[in-house]
Design a protein around this ligand. Sequence first.
Ligand code: SAH
Length: 354
Amino acid sequence: MAFALLDKLVKQKKLRFDEWRDLLSQVDSPSFEEAKKRAQALAREHFGLGIYLRGIVEFTNICRNECHYCGLQKSRRELVRYRLSQEEILSSCAAGHALGLRSFVLQGGEDPGLGDAWLTELITKLREHFPDSAITLSLGERSRESYAALFAAGARRYLLRHETASHALYRKLHSPAQSFYERLNCLYELKALGYQTGAGMLIGPPGQTLEHLAQDCAFIQAFQPEMLGTGPFIPHKATVYAKAEPGSVRLTLYVLSLCRLLLPELLLPATTALRTQKASGYTEGILHGCNVIMPNLTPPSAKKHYQLYDGKAGQKTLEQTLEDLQKQVTSIGYHLVFDRGDHPRFAKNCEKSP
Ligand code: SAH
């Protein structure tokens, strides 16, 4: 049984913790290529050769948190902070919409100035301007009431990476004020409210072992997210991890392929962090089972202040970026898909609900 654990994963969509750990430890064995081959075939079976696009607007870099790896952490007093106006956010989305995008992600730091009234007004305007488009939020931890209000206004997807499913590692990577259980609780609240929910972990932050990653896989298996954002940790020069080793591209690709095998219908982006670490990151991600790319719609004047990590990719204009993405995906036989790209379980409802 050369690939016994991969066989079991494909068949049962479920592994024990020790099996995850053993499978992850095979990253330098033939399992790597085999997982890639199977993940690619599975993604094609479910999504064909189409790659979904999400235009991301990083509309605030104000943050109350101290994630030790992140360049937006509150204690960075020298960082110029910004929050885009509703008009600026709408015009960023309009630029993407004009070029065919139908899915927008509004991301930001955990900005205490983002009240529900302001956000619901923004979401209502986005729904009015772009009724054919999906709105995803990625604003960190909020109350159940707030998530419910944003859902009622028309947001239908929420990205909240769990960052790590190890309590011990979570503690090391974040300030004492941040609660591992609270973050997980937010994910369960989002799911219960009916959001298409995105979890995800960093690959290779300081102190992470394969055991920790096995905990991430076991968590994903239990939580069954619709989306998964996962990419290599990349050091940021102004953080305590400035001199740390970045996460491994190979391990990231391997984990992506295993996540595809675990959840065949998963919306799985080839992340900007992967692309930052390797020029061919998008195409390699796709060949390992990814089916989403997230071009950046943030206005350049703001984008330069949204450096989560050093060397973040994406300094071109939107037209250039889309043209370049089109070239990259066609070079491997795929094409870009310009629609909302709902999770298959949610797709049939999208005409009725926003
Ligand atoms: N405030 C939101 C958005 C966070 S930024 C939230 O809490 O969800 C989006 C993601 O960037 C984070 O979830 C984290 O996984 C990733 N990120 C932050 N710093 C990073 C780094 N140094 N290297 C790689 N990814 C990083």
